[in-house]
Design a protein around this ligand. Structure first.
Ligand code: SME
Length: 182
């Protein structure tokens, strides 16, 4: 009986949470999500753990996304890091695909229709739009945050700004450390 009551309580809590999120403007949503990210990573120095929690948080909070994760720059290529979603390509050469382009151009790639992006790497054929944000530490790019959606035009300027702020929080956390292992 107690278990049934608890299950109802959990269901209601998640319903209220999703309802609250749905009522937020995009700016408020990203302010709230950034605060949650900062709370998660502030006292944690392990990069992989922080990437794992950021992926999980964003995958849960963002609507219409089918993949959220990080690729790390390692030995002159991108290697799959913590993510949420279906299995994905493991290694991407720098300069290739949307992810590799984000590294070599040192800039966010916001792609409304991936089928129009020459060299797009389709890990999941159902993906139609994508955003990739480089993680910068000092003058190096050490990783990218990649988010995919099955909707076209899923990411606008507000999403870009909000997600860049989240990536900056991760970069700031790294920059505070004496020695960084990545
Ligand atoms: N589409 C990416 C590859 C990674 S997956 O989307 C997870 C790209 O073109 O680089």
């Amino acid at each position: 009986m107690l278990c049934v009551f608890k299950a109802h309580l959990i269901l209601w809590a998640s319903f209220i949470r999703y309802w609250n999120m749905a009522l937020l403007s995009k700016t408020e949503f990203y302010q709230q999500t950034l605060a949650q990210v900062k709370a998660l990573i502030t006292d944690e120095t392990d990069l992989i753990a922080n990437m794992a929690n950021i992926s999980a948080l964003l995958f849960d909070a963002l609507e219409q996304v089918n993949w959220v994760g990080f690729y790390r720059v390692h030995n002159q290529e991108l290697v799959l890091g913590p993510f949420q979603g279906k299995v994905a390509c493991i290694r991407i050469p720098l300069g290739k695909g949307v992810c590799g382009t984000a590294v070599t151009s040192a800039s966010t790639q916001r792609i409304d229709d991936v089928h129009q992006f020459q060299g797009h790497i389709a890990c999941d054929a159902t993906t139609n739009s994508e955003i990739v944000i480089p993680v910068k530490l000092n003058n190096d790019i050490i990783a990218v945050l990649d988010i995919d959606s099955t909707s076209f035009d899923r990411f606008d300027k507000d999403d870009q700004q909000g997600l860049e702020a989240i990536v900056n929080a991760l970069a700031y956390n790294l920059a505070q450390q004496q020695t960084v292992e990545y």
